[in-house]
Design a protein around this ligand. Structure first.
Ligand code: NAD
Length: 498
C-alpha cells in the first residue's frame, strides 16, 4: 500500500496519485493510522436487491477504537496547523481520486444501499460536488469591537478527534458531508458507517490512505456495539450523528458524560401543503417523486401530503396514475426510479405498517400488501408503493415516520387549521407549501415548524446551505459555514492597545 508521508505538501503529489481502479471490491478493511487492518471477527450484510450475501467486513473492538482515537489525536496537532487552503487542497485531491473510481463506487453503493444506478450515481455525484464546494468555504473571523483601547474578535478553532456516525439510507453522501467540514475546519475524523451499509465507507477510507496524512481520516466498521464505544470515548471531542430520533437520544445521553460537542440530524415526518391554484400536471409528478424517491427512505421525503379539498379527488387520481409509471428494480437496473427497502429489519418494520391497513380499515388508493403488480414476485426487500386515502390524523401512518414507500394523502380546507395539523408533530425536519401565489405560500411556509421550509419544492439542498431539524428532528446544523462552525469551539480574542 502506498502511503503519503505526513507533512509532504499535497501539491507535490504525482499525477498518478489519483488511483484509478482500486483493487476489486472483494476485500474490506478498517483504516487506522493509514494502515488497512482486519479484525478477529467479521460480519456481512445482504444485498437488498437480491438478498445474497455481500463480502465480509471488520467488527471493530475497543482496541481498534483506542488505536484510531490515539492516531487521530496524534495527527491533530499537525493537521490543525495547516492553512485552510492546504486542507482544502487535500479535499480536492480526495474528490479527484473518488472521481477516478466513479464507476466502482457507484456500483458498490448501488449494491449495498439497494439503489438503482441512477440513484446511486446521483448520490456519488452530489458527494463529489459536496467535497468541491465545501473546500471553498471559510469561517470568517469577526471583529466585534475595534476601539482606541482594544479589539475583541471571535474566531473558530478546531476541536480534535471528530466522529461521524452515519445511517444506511445515504451511506456515501452523509459521511462525506461530515468529513469534509470536519477536516477543513482542522479536525481529524473517524467515520463509523451503519452496520447495514459499511462498504463504500471502507473503500473511501482505503482511498483516503493514498491522500491524507496518517490519522486524519479513519474508518471503522462494526456491529451495534461500536457506536457506544465511540460516543463514550473520553478522547473523542465531537460526535456528529445522523440517524433515528430514538438512537439520537441515546447518543446525546452517552456524550453528556464527557461533555462532547454534538450535532444530531434525526428523523422527520415532512408535510407538504398543496393549494388549489396549482397546475396539477406540473406539480403531481414532482410531489409524487419527492414522496417515493428512494422508496420513502429519505429523512426529507414528503411523508404527509395535505391537498386542498377543491382539488383532492383530481390530485389523487393523477398521483396514482403517476406513481404507477415509476419503475422499481434492483441495483443493476439503469432505468429504475427506485429500489427495495434497504435491510431486513426495516422491511419488517414497514411491513408491519402495511399490516395496519386492514386492521385500521384505511382506504388504499394504490398498493398495499396484496398488490404485487408494482414489484413482481422476486427476491429482495421490495414493497409496492402505497397511497393511503385520507386516513384519520391520529393514525400511525400520519403520526409515525414510515421510512418506506407508503404515504398518506390528507384533505384540508382551512388555512389556519392545516398549518396547525402540519405543525402537530414532534418532528420538524422539512416542510413545503405549493401554490401559484408564491407570496402567500412563503407566508405560510414561514409559519411551519421545521428546520427547512420550501415553496414549490421539497428536499432541495446545497453544500453551502446549512440544514438541521427543529424539535425531535435534531440539534445543530450540518453543511455550509454554519455546519463547519459545529466542528469548532468559538474563541473570543481580546487585545488591549497599551
Ligand atoms: P439508526 O439510528 O438506527 O442508526 C444510525 C447510526 O447509529 C448507525 O450507524 C448505527 O450503527 C448507529 N447506532 C446505533 N445505536 C447506536 C448507539 N447506541 N450509539 C451510537 N451509535 C449507534 O438509524 P438508521 O435506521 O440507520 O437511519 C434511519 C433514520 O435516520 C431515519 O429516522 C431517518 O429519518 C434518519 N435520517 C436523518 C437524516 C437527517 O439529516 N436528519 C438523514 C438521513 C437519515
Amino acid at each position: 500500500m502506498q502511503v503519503m508521508e505526513s507533512g509532504r505538501p499535497i501539491t507535490a503529489l504525482a499525477k498518478e496519485a489519483i488511483y484509478p481502479g482500486l483493487p476489486p471490491y472483494q476485500s474490506f478493511h478498517n483504516t487506522i493510522d493509514n494502515a488497512l487492518t482486519g479484525t478477529k471477527t467479521t460480519r456481512h450484510t445482504l444485498d437488498p436487491s437480491t438478498e445474497s450475501p455481500l463480502p465480509a467486513v471488520p467488527v471493530s473492538t475497543q482496541d481498534d477504537v483506542d488505536d484510531a482515537v490515539r492516531a487521530g489525536q496524534e495527527a491533530f496537532s499537525a493537521w490543525r496547523e495547516r492553512s485552510y487552503d492546504e486542507r482544502a487542497e487535500y479535499l480536492l485531491r480526495f474528490a479527484d481520486a473518488i472521481e477516478a473510481n466513479l464507476d466502482g463506487f457507484t456500483e458498490l453503493l448501488g449494491r449495498e444501499a439497494g439503489k438503482p444506478m441512477q440513484a446511486a450515481a446521483m448520490e456519488v455525484g452530489f458527494a463529489l460536488q459536496h467535497l468541491r464546494e465545501t473546500a471553498k468555504l471559510r469561517i470568517p473571523e469577526a471583529v466585534v469591537e475595534d476601539s482606541d483601547e482594544r479589539t475583541a474578535s471571535v474566531r473558530y478553532v478546531p476541536l480534535g478527534v471528530g466522529v461521524g456516525i452515519i445511517p444506511w439510507n445515504f451511506p456515501f453522501l452523509l459521511g462525506i458531508g461530515k468529513l469534509d467540514a470536519a477536516l477543513l475546519a482542522g479536525n481529524t475524523f473517524i467515520w463509523k458507517p451503519s452496520p447495514f451499509s459499511p462498504y463504500t465507507a471502507l473503500k473511501l477510507g482505503e482511498l483516503g490512505t493514498k491522500i491524507f496524512p496518517p490519522g486524519v481520516l479513519q474508518v471503522l466498521s462494526g456491529d451495534d456495539a461500536l457506536g457506544p464505544l465511540l460516543t463514550s470515548h473520553p478522547s473523542v471531542a465531537k460526535v456528529s450523528f445522523t440517524g433515528s430520533t430514538a438512537t439520537g437520544k441515546k447518543v446525546m445521553a452517552s456524550c453528556a458524560a464527557t461533555l462532547k460537542r454534538l450535532t444530531l440530524e434525526l428523523g422527520g415526518n415532512d408535510a407538504a401543503i398543496v393549494w388549489p391554484d396549482v397546475d396539477l400536471a406540473r406539480v403531481v409528478p414532482k410531489l409524487g417523486a419527492l414522496a417515493f424517491l428512494h422508496s420513502g427512505q429519505i429523512c426529507m421525503n414528503i411523508k404527509r401530503l395535505y391537498v386542498h379539498e377543491a382539488i383532492y379527488d383530481a390530485f389523487l387520481a393523477q398521483l396514482v396514475a403517476f406513481v404507477k409509471t415509476l419503475k422499481i428494480a434492483g441495483a443493476g437496473d439503469a432505468e429504475a426510479f427506485t429500489g427495495p427497502v434497504q435491510n431486513g429489519a426495516q422491511y419488517a418494520r414497514v411491513r408491519d405498517l402495511y399490516g395496519e391497513v386492514a386492521k385500521q380499515n384505511w382506504s388504499v388508493a394504490l398498493g398495499g400488501l396484496d398488490s404485487t403488480s408494482a414489484t413482481g414476485e422476486r427476491k429482495g426487500f421490495f414493497l409496492p408503493p402505497t397511497i393511503i386515502d385520507n386516513p384519520p390524523d391520529e393514525s400511525r401512518i400520519v403520526v409515525e415516520e414510515p421510512f418506506g414507500p407508503i404515504v398518506p394523502l390528507l384533505k384540508w380546507s382551512d388555512e389556519k387549521d392545516v398549518v396547525r395539523r402540519a405543525n402537530d408533530s414532534m418532528m420538524g425536519l422539512g416542510a413545503s407549501v405549493w401554490s401559484a401565489d408564491v407570496e402567500r405560500a412563503e407566508r405560510m411556509a414561514r409559519r411551519l415548524e421545521a428546520g427547512n421550509v420550501w415553496v414549490n419544492s421539497h428536499f432541495e439542498l446545497a453544500p453551502h446551505v446549512p440544514f438541521g431539524g427543529h424539535k425531535w428532528s435534531g440539534i445543530g446544523l450540518d453543511w455550509g459555514v454554519e455546519g463547519m462552525k459545529g466542528w469548532c469551539n468559538a474563541q473570543a480574542v481580546w487585545v488591549r492597545k497599551l
